[in-house]
Design a protein around this ligand. Sequence first.
Ligand code: DGL
Length: 279
Amino acid sequence: MPIEPRQPTPTDQRPIGVFDSGVGGLTVARALMDLLPDERIVYFGDTARGPYGPRDLRQVREYTAQIVAWLAAQDAKLVVAACNTATAATLETNPLQFDVPVVGVIAAAVDTAVRSTRNGRVGVIGTQGTIMSGAYERAVAAAAPDVKLFSQACPRFVQLVEAGRTTDADVLVEVADQLAPLAAAGVDTLILGCTHYPLMTGVLSYVMGPDVLLVSSAEETARRVFGRLVDGGLLAHVASAEHRFVASGDPGVFAGLATRFLGPRLSVVDVEHPGKLAT
Ligand code: DGL
């Protein structure tokens, strides 16, 4: 599709609001920072009330409404519901109405998965709440009725990731066990339907094998947000984007886990010289 030249480029310096039940949504925030380095982010982690996965979805709807209202009051131009459980509870079925545009994490991932599958068999893994809600089934049925979806709740994975356990031998066995029904179903595409799972990409990919494409809702959502900002004339140009992080629970616990999710800030201090290389 040819891109029409736009003039002049409008800007909107207001921040993007991002929220999750805790730290998991930082995988989405990270993907947004990578794609949109000129945007400021206000991140809200509901660590005092998370995890949402085991909660009643009506309660998750209530929390989501409160948090979106709070982010709108922080002047967010757009809010990303960076939590699959919150998206399943509020955006996919009987959607809540908000005063600010809200982008969830389910639609973009479903869209990519149904376009990518070669055999029409797609798997999704998520929290108990997300899988029980049936939100992914409905989204896939609406996007591609011919595609068959196989769902699997993996409630323990969130705990494993938060404990920093994504590679040890027990994790490998547990993941293989949980994914066995999806492997047996012959899925060729697997949606990571929980914000924590991108940190398990190594083990998930190892267990499912190289022929299974992993679709991360974090990356797909970041791309969708990019498009929304461009199309809506909402892009910011902030010289050096400063982000804000707000947690409803203990700030120290949030900060401790956040580094793992956001990725360490690496900077090269000493660069060694190899001397003369043999030719
Ligand atoms: N952020 C949640 C999700 O993506 C996982 C953690 C939780 O259970 O709250 O569904």
